[in-house]
Design a protein around this ligand. Sequence first.
Ligand SMILES: [Zn+2]
Ligand SMILES: [Zn+2]
Ligand SMILES: [Zn+2]
Length: 172
Amino acid sequence: MTRKQPEFLQEKEIFRDHIQKTGLRRTAQRDLILEIFLRTEEHLTSEDLYTLVHRQDSTVGQTTVYRTLKLLTEAGLAREVRFGDNKTYYEHHYNHEHHDHMICTECGKVIEFFSQEIENLQDQMADKFGFKPTHHSLRLWGFCSECQRKQLDTAVAASGAQPRVRVRSVVG
Ligand SMILES: [Zn+2]
Ligand SMILES: [Zn+2]
Ligand SMILES: [Zn+2]
């Protein structure tokens, strides 16, 4: 769900405008946080982003990262998403098309998907109830294909299934 814009010029301009509007100053730290956020095409918590930023500049504090993420959200560059683990994740919002999520409760993998059929059905359902939706977030929780495979392997091992061919020892 990406549209690659390596320089992120529009994003940077939007951020600059927003910073100005809020009467804040542009700082090298905020610029770095923005840059790393834009380069990371993932669902990140504030702590995740802090870890990434800290690697490049150890003088950046956790609060600065948190506040900058809030600014990015206000500016429409980031969007908050919740996956039911009491954490707030952030993902790119600007220039990104609407999508929904599947969350693996085993390994935490997040799959993004979009289905026009589901979107239409949601609208129809809202219509039926005279409901005017402003936004939505569809999330499915479960096990990703990899974790299902692992679970199957563990189940086989736990059942104590014996190898089919048993070689009888002639010795002893
Ligand atoms: Zn949707
Ligand atoms: Zn998984
Ligand atoms: Zn997403």
